[in-house]
Design a protein around this ligand. Structure first.
Ligand code: FNR
Length: 382
């Protein structure tokens, strides 16, 4: 199969990854209305096509929280990445490192912080969920620090879980339910099964063996259910800042008032995000929230954005609206499920090539100079 776009990687991942894990990635909360809107909302924004501009020397190089990046795109934290492909977190981290973009490891990863640190040479970022067991969180922050993680990405939009119907129907749990349908499906994915046989770690490496009372997969399920801290509020950020003196990024902001508070808290960056449509069904697409959030806090805090990005054209629109940078989630997860590390590299190459061509056709040569002047009738769309 000739892969020309992210949809091709998605089709291949659908074929190769067991259904329960493919569905886990390719689904949204409840009606999936917000999940669909995240991608379709990009279509409203039209670009200004400019001609007869010398576009000979172009650069996509940019910066995220002071770090130079090959293009304004990072890999978003994705739980269970190691279930899309054997050693998935390591594969994705290596692809990102070679490409020159940041990789963010999820709290809910399969490979642990230490395993990813051992397999890579440059600092990566660590995403933190705040759990009720603050002793565990304190130790987790220290582990990220000791592993030389450059930034902590604190996710704020998951104090309670939005339901994904497919996950319930597929019996996605820890450990997964061994239903007949799941067993048959696994038997039909020999490539995936063979890969998994070669891995050591098939559980949540940051948690199992580290959290109190969680020694195996069966004790993990109830722990996870009860641990997401519903009492988390803005004061928790001071608690974290007292334990983390490197860069802090607040993820899951999708409202102007919250963005103002996050900026007041002294975050280095915020990520305008609705968790890829996996949490509040009915929430606005982050691309539609971006301009007003940037207008409110863009002079005080770096604003990043994710949710719904599948192409370089999408990245270009987010940058044109004023985002300093973006993250991709599913777009690289499909690549990983399709072809492991090579698939993540392919996903990044596609985005890079599309972004470069889009920038050139808009008559721009430097991604850091792209702005609202590249959007057609911006005020009307707003
Ligand atoms: C996520 N996301 C996520 N976010 C986070 O902070 N911690 C996590 O563990 C996860 N896990 C996770 C699993 C899966 C399968 C997906 C698809 C997403 C959200 C993620 O970081 C990001 O916000 C979205 O993926 C962005 O939307 P797109 O790019 O997938 O449309």
């Amino acid at each position: 199969m000739t892969i020309t776009c992210n949809a091709d990687l998605q089709a291949l991942a659908r074929r190769r990854v067991p259904r329960m894990f493919y569905d886990y990635a390719d689904s949204g909360a409840y009606t999936e209305g917000t999940y669909r809107d995240n991608t379709s909302a990009f279509e409203k924004y039209k670009l200004r096509q400019r001609v007869a501009v010398n576009i000979d020397n172009r650069t996509l190089k940019s910066e995220m929280i002071g770090r130079e990046v090959a293009m304004p795109v990072a890999l978003a934290p994705v739980g269970l990445t190691g279930m899309q492909h054997a050693d998935g977190e390591i594969a994705a981290a290596r692809a990102a490192e070679k490409f020159g973009v940041p990789f963010t490891l999820s709290t809910m990863s399969i490979c642990s912080i230490e395993e990813v640190a051992k397999a890579t040479t440059k600092p990566f970022w660590f995403q933190l969920y705040v759990m009720r067991d603050r002793g565990f969180i304190e130790a987790l922050i220290k582990r990220a620090y000791d592993a030389n993680c450059e930034a902590l990405v604190l996710t704020l939009d998951l104090q309670i879980l939005g339901q994904r119907h497919k996950d319930v129907k597929n019996g996605l749990s820890a450990p997964p339910k061994p239903t007949i349908a799941n067993m048959i499906n696994l038997a039909m994915k020999p490539r995936w099964c063979m890969g998994m046989l070669g891995t050591q770690n098939r559980t949540f490496g940051n948690i199992v063996g580290h959290a109190k009372g969680v020694d195996d997969m069966s004790s993990l399920s109830s722990w996870t259910q009860s641990q997401f801290d519903q009492s988390l509020d803005w004061s928790s950020i001071d608690w974290i800042k007292a334990r983390w003196d490197r860069k802090l990024i607040l993820k899951g902001i999708n409202d102007v008032e919250d963005a103002k508070i996050a900026a007041d808290m002294g975050a280095d960056a915020i990520i305008v995000s609705n968790h890829g449509g996996r949490q509040l069904d009915g929430a606005a697409a982050p691309i539609d929230m971006l301009a007003r959030i940037i207008d409110a806090v863009g002079d005080r805090v770096e604003v990043h954005m994710d949710s719904g990005i599948r192409t370089g054209q999408d990245v270009f629109k987010a940058i044109a609206l004023g985002a300093k940078s973006t993250y991709i989630g599913r777009a690289y997860i499909y690549g990983l499920g399709a072809m492991g590390e090579a698939g993540v590299t392919k996903a990044l190459e596609l985005v890079q090539s599309e972004l470069d061509t889009t920038m050139a056709l808009c008559g721009e040569t430097d991604i850091t100079k792209v702005g609202r002047h590249n959007l057609l009738d911006f005020e009307e769309v707003r």
